[in-house]
Ligand binder design. Structure first.
Ligand code: GAR
Length: 188
């Protein structure tokens, strides 16, 4: 059995999509979902989906090995960041080399780094009149959005697209590709 641990900070639509993708797969299980936001919608989703989900505070993440030890105990094959907005501390990067993957809603290295997440990315794409955007799935290292790229796919941005339209196009790519890439990584 392959075990996935997910970290999410917000709505969790990717978490739900990943859970649905693997729900009939007897070889892959979602061990748990962790969130740094007490009121994150992902907690309601997990409750509805019957997935164990827990809130943790920043202290336990950045100033101790508390969360790290809990996750280590779950023996994950992959730790998946699905809309997770905190920087991953070094103790995690060292403990799980090439086992933490993130999805970023743009074509890295463009539009990455601190403060570049969610609608901030799509607003910037619009302001700069970009003609394309996409998703990047990458390994996580100690720097924001700088780990080795595993997979990228593009979509066209037209000049009539609003930032919300761009977000929707990117979400479609995420739902389509992220679970498949995770599946692939788990079978390697
Ligand atoms: C996703 O679009 C993901 O790519 C992005 O947050 C969104 C979360 O949506 N992640 C980042 O911006 C990370 N820098 P969701 O909570 O509905 O899955």
């Amino acid at each position: 059995m392959k075990r996935i641990v997910l970290l999410a900070s917000g709505s969790g639509s990717n978490v739900e999509n990943i859970a649905n993708y693997f729900k009939d797969n007897s070889k892959v299980t979602i061990a748990a979902v962790f969130t740094n936001k007490r009121d994150a919608k992902v907690l309601d989703r997990c409750n509805r989906l019957n997935i164990s989900a827990l809130y943790f505070n920043k202290q336990s993440f950045f100033k101790s090995d508390c969360l790290l030890n809990i996750i280590k105990g779950m023996e994950p094959d992959l730790i998946v960041l699905a809309g997770f907005l905190l920087k991953i501390p070094e103790n995690f990067v060292v403990a799980f080399p090439n086992k933490i993957v993130n999805i970023h809603p743009a074509l890295l290295p463009k539009y990455g780094g601190k403060g570049m997440y969610g609608m901030y990315v799509h607003n910037a794409i619009k302001s700069n009149n970009e003609t394309e955007t996409g998703i990047t799935i990458h390994y996580v290292n100690e720097n924001y959005d700088e780990g080795a790229i595993i997979y990228q796919v593009k979509t066209v941005v037209s000049n009539t697209d609003t930032p919300e339209d761009i977000a929707q196009k990117v979400h479609i790519l995420e739902y389509d590709h992220f679970p498949k890439v995770i599946d692939q990584l788990l079978s390697n």
